[in-house]
Structure formats: C-alpha cells, structure tokens
Design a protein around this ligand. Sequence first.
Ligand code: ASP
Ligand code: ASP
Length: 348
Amino acid sequence: MTRRLSNTADGPKRSCTLVLAGGAPRSYSPGLRMSTQSPPGFPHRHLLGIEGLSPLDIVALLDRADEAVEISRQVEKKRTTLRGRTQINLFFEPSTRTQSSFELAGKRLGADVMNMSVASSSVKKGETLIDTAATLNAMRPDIIVVRHHQAGAVHLLARKVDCAVVNAGDGAHEHPTQALLDALTIRRNKGRIEGLQVAICGDVLHSRVARSNIILLMALGARVRVIGPSTLLPPGLQRFGVEVFTDMRKGLAGVDIVMMLRLQRERMNGSFVPSVKEYFRYFGLDGDKLSHARADALVMHPGPMNRGVEISSEVADGAQSLIREQVEMGVAVRMAVLEALATHLPNA
Ligand code: ASP
Ligand code: ASP
C-alpha cells in the first residue's frame, strides 16, 4: 500500500512516497541516492532519512550496530575501518549529545573527526549553505554529518558535495540515526520489533524524531499509536497508518513501548499549549499514566528531557526507563552507519 505523506507546516517541500506496514519494498526516494555501482551490502551512498531504506537495509544496520555495541564495551575500542578518512560534523543547530555521539563513533572507527558549529561562525557572517558546502568540499572530507534547522537542507547539501552525507536532524523532517538507535534499543530489550505496540507521545508536530520513528517502526511491522494534544498533532496523521489519540490514558492502554518527545518550544511560533503545568497534567508521563501501559512496558526519550514537562523524574529514572541505554546505542548505531557508508568511499 503506497500513500502520499502530507508535509507538516515546516516539513520538506517535496512530497514523498511511503510504503506502510505490510507493504513490500518501498519505492525509490530522492532522499537516498542509490550508488550506481553499489557493492553488496548497504546500497546507499548517503543516509538522509529512514524514508527510502528497505526493511532489509534497516535490519542490516541494526545487526551491524549490535556488533558495534560489543566493540564499545571492550577496553580496546579502536577499529581501522575509517583510518585515513576525514569526517566533518557540521552542526548548524546547537547539539551536545548527537554531535559527541557521532564524534566518538568516527574516532572508534579510526577517522579524523572535525567538529564545526556553524551557528556561531560563517552563517552569522551571511554565508549561504551552498557556499559552506563548497568550502568544506574543497577540504576533501570523506563523510559530512550535518544538522540543520531547515527541513531539506541536508538533501541540498548532499547534492553539492562529493562525499557521503549523514543527516543528523533537519528541521522537523528526519533524524534517521535517532530512529535507528531507538529501534536497536527496543530490539535488544524486547527481542523483536514486529507486532509490538508503540506509543509516540507529545509534540509530534515539530518532531523529526517522531517522523523517522513512525516510518521505521511501520516498516518493521510494529503497530504505532500517536498521542498528543490536537494542536501538536500534524493533520492527516492517520494516513500514515498510525492510530491517533488525544487522551494519554486511553492511548497508553496495553502498549509495549512508550516513547516520549520533548516539547520543542524553540520551533513553536504561536501558542500550542496553554501552560507547561497544564501540559504536564494531561500529557506528561508520570507513574499513574504509565500504569495504563502493559506492566512490562518500557519508556524512552530521545533527549534532552524536560523533566516535569513531558516526563516526571520518577519515570525517567525508574526501572522501566531505557533512556540511558538509548545513549549507548546511539554511538553503536552511528558506528554502524559510518561503516556502512564507508563501503562506498573511493578505494574502500
Ligand atoms: N538535541 C539534543 C542535543 O542537542 C540531542 C541531540 O542532539 O539529538 O544534545
Ligand atoms: N534530540 C532530538 C532532536 O534533535 C530530540 C529533541 O531535540 O527533542 O531532534
């Protein structure tokens, strides 16, 4: 079943084809350019989104990431897959955890990693994204990891450079490595993804994490519910094949995984919620609301958390929380992605 996905207010300008649960291989996406001479294995030159990855691509990355977890747990963590390669982390939005996670991943694979926070430099001086891309390209990097506040900016950049590009979050569009690390965390704890009931809760409207997760989870056969106030749910969500709820207790009934989202106040231009206190009362995850999920339900959050806004400390630090484990899985998934893309680099 192929459906059109309507774009959210600040979503990408292109429309995209999505194959929903039960659907076989998805259509070619402009977001992921297939290499003309793909070696066997991961058939993409860039990782620009989950959209465009086949279930097989996703599972292959998760399997590779399981191995990377083992490497990261050893005393000697260094591999040579990216030895001699240059990785640039180009962040137009402030980030601490994603940037350091990509940095560690690159270093564990032997790459030389350079971090560039553009928010504070050239952009302020008026340089365009294209100019920044051209400048960096001239430095001959092998991989660029990009985060940008505008949906679609990473795709644009990928067309302007010669190296592999990884999307580390573009506006409200996609954050593919977050969805992959979430899937890895779920699979390691529940043993599977297929057939699980997953609730994604909160500010779905502004969330690239929600979007990437919905696409990935549906592709691997999970059943997805989305819960939030109607002002924070994009119109036409049902067309993704997800169930939509505006009541936490009803939406959480019987779910296996509760994925909370940060209230993205920096992306809101207007009043989407009456007050933080009221938001917590109706949509914040506390022990009472969580008790409606399955007794063995697990709780996730991509970070950074607003304690007392979308999640209580009691739940965030409680026995059902996987939030710390998600961070560990983040490094492993990024190692897996960098390694998979490295197979397409010249002289690989
Ligand atoms: N947004 C958070 C941060 O900036 C986590 C992330 O980067 O994804 O640290
Ligand atoms: N860290 C995630 C992101 O960058 C989630 C968030 O910031 O709320 O999208």
